[in-house]
Design a protein around this ligand. Structure first.
Ligand code: ME8
Length: 520
């Protein structure tokens, strides 16, 4: 039986303005999910939308639409965006789904019955855009520590979750499971900023917010975002529903991938809720960095000070989904922030996708057509061991980095294979060998080795850039579903003729593109 692997991205607040910064989490998850599939695991990847709260309600009113209609339109748009970016999920959960709503009510009842939820009065400082309450000490210069906007004082009857009871259990959790929260710097942040100063009980209902899931036994209260939102990871698997086979099969999650802004909710509140429910905890929470623009987080609610183009709906049709995926996956280093600039995006397109990967494939295919009528040749299997060792080493590195979720370095190792193969062309000069009939065997070996480098590189690349890599693999007659098992041996191509292949990444005139994008 295959080993199961359950990975989740955060469920997004509904917005038709998702930027490529927002797309980052989902694309990383897609790459990690695909990687594990090729590695023989039974993968379940879930994403979705977080649809309750005052902000959503107000946005619908502003648009002059019913909330449900407003949301349905955005969700169509979001799903279209994931399709554009070649994101393949196994389930798209909406927190307005009936199954989710019912299960969240049951979760709330259960926590109440077990004595982890009680009724009291809440007085606090509330940030409306972030839908978060803050204590005085958490504010920065009197403003919301997350978004820097004003907070307002609010008081109301509310239910509370006894988060304060979980400090020791959480400290023990981090200590016993050093890989529970990654990168490890985030653990210090949680311990020093939140747990050591003392966890306060958490307000988990609102009476002022009508667009939310009502508490079943006290319906003037709606369940406040985080119990509702976090529970999606369970309810999307059918937890507490008639059909809970996915829950039984996939829970606990192997990875919750999230941005660093929501680490507190995932590594403090979420494990506390699960402990209270007596459920197993996720194995790992990974808080990645942000994509920044001119020193600020790239976000849908902030106005852009520059004319940078960050809209995937413009970038994908113009430059391909793989170009956008490549930039994001390469640009955000492990756990830190990365920068976005249109110019860097276009330059990377030219240097890595066009000059390295694209050029290797097109040179090799064109030489093969000229010298061998596109037939895959036999090789002298003993020659060029250094090339094979290099490819094997980089392949191992890809596995090691992916195991640590260092996606950027993994992708960089895949591209090292292409660089090495390009250097192999320079060194062996197949165009010279072709002129000398005495070198026919050597030419065959060189061409076969190049094709195998491309096969291995493209298979490793598939989780990251599924579109162009599958075009290449298809041209090499490698059939789907791809598998990393096929990479155990350097020689894996079947005899036959390669198919013609279009130019994968046509070279861009950066200056011209910048001017045209500015016009858009
Ligand atoms: O937080 N770079 O939703 P959300 C990288 N609904 N990641 C970014 C980013 C950037 N510039 N901007 C946003 C929520 N993100 C909640 C989640 S989960 C139970 C509930 C990431 O739409 C952000 O860090 O505000 C988060 O992981 C994701 O986009 C969704 O953000």
């Amino acid at each position: 039986m295959k080993e199961k692997f359950y990975i989740t991205s955060p469920i997004y607040y509904p917005s038709s303005k998702l930027t490529i910064g927002n797309c980052y989490t989902t694309i990383v998850c897609d790459a990690v999910a695909r990687f594990n599939k090729l590695n023989g695991k039974d993968v379940f990847y879930m994403t979705g939308t977080d649809e309750h709260g005052q902000k959503v309600f107000e946005a619908a009113q502003k648009a002059g639409k019913g909330v449900k209609q407003h949301l349905d339109e955005i969700i169509i748009d979001t799903k279209y965006l994931w399709k554009m970016l070649d994101v393949e999920y196994d389930k798209f959960i909406r927190t307005t789904d009936e199954e989710h709503v019912k299960a969240v009510q049951k979760i709330f009842n259960e926590l109440y019955k077990k004595g982890f939820i009680y009724k009291s009065t809440y007085k606090g400082l509330y940030c409306m855009p972030c839908e978060a309450f803050w204590t005085e000490s958490q504010l920065i210069d009197g403003k919301c520590p997350d978004c820097g906007r004003d907070v307002v004082e609010q008081e109301e009857e509310a239910y509370f979750f006894k988060l304060s009871e979980f400090s020791d259990k959480l400290l023990k959790l981090y200590k016993d499971n050093p890989k529970f929260l990654l990168p490890t710097s985030r653990v210090n942040e949680m311990v020093n900023n939140f747990i050591k100063p003392g966890l306060e009980d958490l307000c988990v209902t609102r009476t002022s917010v009508k667009w939310g899931i009502p508490v079943e036994f006290d319906p003037k209260h709606t369940i406040y975002v985080w119990i509702d939102a976090l529970s999606n990871y369970l309810t999307g698997l059918g937890y507490l529903s008639e059909d809970d086979k996915n829950f039984k099969k996939y829970w606990p999650a192997d990875i919750h991938m999230i941005g660093k802004d929501i680490v507190r909710f995932h590594s403090i509140i979420w494990p506390a809720i699960l402990m209270a429910l007596d459920l197993p905890l996720p194995k790992q929470i990974f808080g990645h960095g942000w994509l920044m623009l001119g020193g600020d987080k790239l976000s849908k609610s902030k106005k852009l000070a520059t004319i940078e183009c960050t809209d995937p709906r413009i970038l994908v049709p113009r430059y391909s989904s793989d170009a956008v995926r490549y930039y994001l996956l390469r640009e955000i280093p492990f756990g830190s922030d990365g920068n976005y600039s249109t110019e860097a995006f276009l330059n990377k397109f030219n240097s890595d996708l066009c000059n390295n990967f694209g050029n290797l494939v097109s040179r090799t295919f064109s030489m093969l057509r000229k010298y061998m009528n596109s037939q895959i040749p036999e090789a002298d299997f003993d020659e060029d061991q250094d090339l094979k060792e290099y490819v094997n080493d980089e392949k191992q590195k890809v596995f090691r980095y992916m195991n640590e979720l260092d996606v950027s370095k993994a992708l960089s190792s895949v591209f090292n294979i292409f660089s090495r193969a390009n250097a192999y062309i320079e060194k062996t000069e197949p165009f010279r060998l072709a002129k000398d009939s005495a070198q026919a065997n050597r030419l065959a070996t060189v061409m076969r080795n190049l094709l195998e480098c491309i096969r291995i590189g493209a298979t490793l690349l598939y989780p990251f850039l599924p579109n162009s890599s599958s075009k290449v693999l298809d041209a090499l007659n490698v059939e789907k579903p791809y598998s990393f098992e096929d990479l155990d041996k350097f020689y894996g191509l079947k005899k036959g003729q390669v198919k013609p292949l279009e130019i994968l990444f046509p070279r861009l005139d950066v200056q011209k593109e910048l001017e045209e994008l500015a016009k858009l």
